[in-house]
Design a protein around this ligand. Sequence first.
Ligand code: PRT
Ligand code: ZN
Length: 283
Amino acid sequence: MIRLAIQSKGRLNEDSLRLLREIGINIDDAKRKFLGKASDFPLEVLYLRDDDIPGVVEGGAADLGIVGLNEIAETCAEVDVVRKLGFGQCRLSLAVPKTVDYTGEEWFNGKIIATSYPSVLKKYLKENGISATVREIKGSVEIAPAAGIADAIFDIVSSGGTLVSNGLVEVKSVLESEAVLICRKDIPAEKKTLLDTILFRTDAALESQGKKYVLMNLPTARIPEALALLPSMRSPTVMPLAAEGWSSVSTVVSESSLWQTVEALKGIGAEGILVLNLDKVID
Ligand code: PRT
Ligand code: ZN
C-alpha cells in the first residue's frame, strides 16, 4: 500500500483526482473523508491543505504528494520532485501599484512587501541585495497596498486578472510553478515498486497531452513529401488502399502544429483526413 497526499479542496484537487482516474486509479470520493482508498490499486489518498503536503511527505506520513512547486519552495521540505504534472501553472511575482514610479528592483529598498510566501521572498531579496520589510499575510494579499498595509505585494499570479482589478502591475516573476508529484526521500523498496507503476502510467498520460492522432488517404506518389512533413514518434504508418495508387497514412501530430500540418498535407493531395484524440502514449 502506498499513500498519496492531495489537496482536499481548492485549485489542485480536481486535476489531481482526474490524473489518478487517467492512470486507472479510482478513489471512492463520495464522502471526501480525511483518508480515502482506491478500489483498483493499492493506494490510499490523504486529503490535506496544500500547505501541509510537503511536510507530511517529508515526514513520511504520506509517501507521495501532489502539490505546487511554490509550496515546496516555501516550506523548503526535503522531498524528491519526481514529475511535473502539467497543471496548476502559475508564478510567484512581485507587483506594485500602477500609480508608483517604478524604476527597477532598487525601488523595493525601504518598502513593505505583503506576501503569503515569506521564505521565498526573503531568499530572493537577500540574493538580490534588496533591503525591504516582509509582511506576512494569509490570504487576500492583493488588497494590502490599497488598504495601506504594504507598498507592494509578492503573490501567485496566473492570468494576471486579480492584479489588474486591484490596480497592480507585475514587475518581476521570481518563481515559475506547476503541480508536481513528490516522493519521500527514504521510500521503502516495496513502495518503490508501486511508485514505478504510477510513474509508468503517469508518463503515458502526460505523453498523450497536446497530441492528436491523424489518419488520411494520400496518392502513393506523394508519400515521400508527406513523410517530410510528419514528425512522427518513429515513422508514420503507411498502408496501401484497395484503390490503386492510393495509401493510408497515420501518425501522431502535436496540437500546436496540427493545423499547419493538416493544411500542408491537403496541399500535397491528402483526402479524408481524420483527427482523433489520443488517450495514452506508451513507450
Ligand atoms: O486550502 P488550501 O490551503 O489547500 O488552498 P489554498 O487556498 O492555499 O490554495 P489554492 O487552492 O488557491 O491553490 C492551490 C495551488 O494552486 C497553489 O499553491 C498554486 O500552486 C496553484 N495555483 C495556480 C494558484 C493559482 N494558479 C492562482 N491563480 N493558486 C492561487 N491562485 C490565486 C492567485 O493568488 C490570485 O489571487 O488565484 C488568484 C487569481 O489569479 P489570476 O492571476 O488568474 O487572477
Ligand atoms: Zn494553502
